[in-house]
Write a protein that binds this ligand. Structure first.
Ligand code: BYC
Length: 329
């Protein structure tokens, strides 16, 4: 509601009173958007910085498994499409870093947190892309899971994050189509191509389900994040929605989901699935996945090799500032 904002906490006052917290919660409950210059609880700010920066890091690290196939895309058209998708992901990372910066953290700090291992990025990008069908599986499953998770984030209570997500979701939906189209071609191709498509599905199915995070009973942030309108739908609910829409797509492709216990449950109107290997999830989150070290090394090298660009950009900005100051004298 314009003109009906919570009074900002006076400068230097760290204490959050019950009244301040209650007034903030009332704004959330009234479905207002919180903007950067408005008062917010320290923990709300911290949660957003964690989630948005993890999201930004995921977009940037997510460019790596696909980048592996740019030089080996089977046609010029496939290569151009893949390049455009990877560039979109770089753009998503930039919107998200910019959204996180509005909360008072610098980009340099966020990058430091990624490179030191203090900040996480999505587990899914620690799996290798071994054949061309993996690029299809990433678009179909990984971008498909991302859309499922991210559409509700367009209604996130924090304005800059919600607005960034609108464009990101539009682009993710094109990415999902791009991946599914590759899967259709592979699944309807030669027996060897179909085998590659099935192999990609076998390897990416369970990691895609892990993208939604731990089960609701183990998710430490979900309850508070949902109360604050940061997350709108729980990890398990989103995972279930993803399974329900994806199984018929696999059937259309003539591929089988690698889960013996997967079955349609007439009564609930949902697919029931087998157990997720949470030990594997924890291993990959804690840095011991197949590609964690390789991904971090690639990011570290990119950061070091880009140092001169950052220095040049800062020097140019300083020069402009000096010129403007001289002109104003
Ligand atoms: N991987 O209490 P929970 C993409 C962490 S990019 C790694 O449920 P929360 C795309 C979690 O951060 C995909 N870590 O947490 C890009 C927390 O960490 P701390 C990324 C995970 O935040 C290129 C701890 O486990 N999408 O779409 O309430 C190409 C406990 O979890 C994962 C986003 O980031 C994971 N899979 O819920 C294609 C979307 N899951 O506190 C596609 C925005 C959990 O121990 N993020 N953790 O440090 C979210 O929606 C939420 O942060 C999550 C987790 C659902 C991911």
């Amino acid at each position: 509601m314009a003109g009906d904002k919570t009074t900002a906490a006076p400068d230097g006052v760290a204490q959050e009173t019950d009244e301040m917290l209650a007034a903030f919660q009332a704004r959330i409950d009234a479905d207002e958007r919180i903007e950067p210059d408005e008062w917010m609880p320290a923990q709300y700010r911290k949660t957003l910085i964690r989630q948005i920066s993890q999201h930004a890091h995921s977009e940037i690290v997510g460019m790596l498994p696909e980048g592996n196939w740019v030089t080996r895309a089977p046609t010029l058209q496939a290569k151009a499409i893949l390049l455009a998708k990877i560039q979109d992901e770089g753009g998503h990372g930039l919107y998200l870093y910019a959204a996180a910066e509005t909360l008072g953290i610098s980009r340099a700090e966020m990058i430091d947190q990624l490179l030191s291992g203090a900040a996480k990025y999505s587990t899914i990008f620690n799996y290798p892309t071994l054949n061309w069908a993996d690029i299809g599986a990433i678009g179909w499953l990984v971008d498909g899971a991302a859309i499922m998770n991210q559409v509700p984030l367009c209604r996130c209570s924090y304005g800059p994050y919600a607005r960034a997500m609108i464009r990101i979701c539009k682009e993710e939906s094109f990415h999902q189509r791009q991946g599914y189209e590759i899967m259709v071609k592979m699944a309807q191709g030669t027996p060897e191509q179909k085998r590659m498509a099935q192999d990609a599905l076998n390897r990416f199915w369970w990691p895609a389900l892990m993208m939604f995070g731990p089960s609701d009973k183990d998710s430490k942030h979900s309850a508070q994040s949902m109360k604050w309108g940061i997350k709108r739908v729980s990890n398990d609910e989103l995972r279930q929605k993803f399974i329900d829409v994806t199984v018929p797509q696999a059937e259309y492709l003539g591929l089988s989901i690698p889960d013996d216990q997967l079955e349609w449950d007439e009564e609930s109107g949902h697919y029931r699935h087998g157990p997720i290997d949470w030990d594997e999830f924890r291993r990959v989150v804690s840095g011991d996945g197949i590609c964690n070290r390789e991904r971090m090394e690639a990011r570290r090298n990119a950061h070091e090799n880009g140092a001169w660009v950052r220095e040049a950009a800062l020097a140019y900005a300083e020069k402009r500032r000096q010129r403007a100051a001289q002109a104003a004298e």
